[in-house]
Write a protein that binds this ligand. Structure first.
Ligand SMILES: [Zn+2]
Length: 149
């Protein structure tokens, strides 16, 4: 399977059968993220306890790339610390902006690394990064206000 069909397959799978697209019962943090240029609109929900993301989910609507990327991201975030979440979102956004990642860095991103090709699709960049930008904003706010728990 070449990288392009792998990309399509993974995006399709997460878009049609998202694992984390639902509302959490008791999220400690909720932030809305929008990408007006495409019409993507998600509410990202996290349960953060003792500085660790215990659960992550999203709800909303948008194109396949935005929804699939948010789903992969939630999967990756569960069990990660605030700092790790920040690092992963920086890695992902760097990759989408065309930075070359090392094999180790790609492994850290797991399935989300399959979206690397989006860096050659300018119209899809904001779709792919929507969830990641939103989580970064959440984590930044947390470190400013210190209301993690
Ligand atoms: Zn989109």
């Amino acid at each position: 399977m070449d990288i392009k069909s792998l990309y399509r397959e993974i995006v399709n799978e997460h878009n049609l059968h998202p694992i984390h697209k639902h509302d959490l019962e008791n999220p400690t943090l909720v932030l809305n993220g929008v990408n007006p240029s495409c019409g993507d609109d998600i509410d990202l929900q996290l349960v953060v306890k003792d500085g660790v993301i215990r659960d992550a989910a999203f709800n909303g609507s948008g194109c396949a790339v935005s929804q699939a990327s948010a789903d992969m991201m939630c999967d990756l975030l569960i069990g990660k610390s605030e700092e790790e979440a920040k690092r992963l979102s920086d890695l992902f956004m760097g990759m989408i902006k065309g930075q070359k990642l090392t094999e180790e860095e790609k492994e850290e991103l797991d399935e989300a690394a399959s979206l690397e090709d989006v860096s050659h699709m300018p119209a899809r960049v904001k779709c792919a990064t929507l969830g990641w930008r939103t989580v970064k904003e959440m984590v930044d706010k947390l470190s400013e206000t210190g209301t993690l728990e």
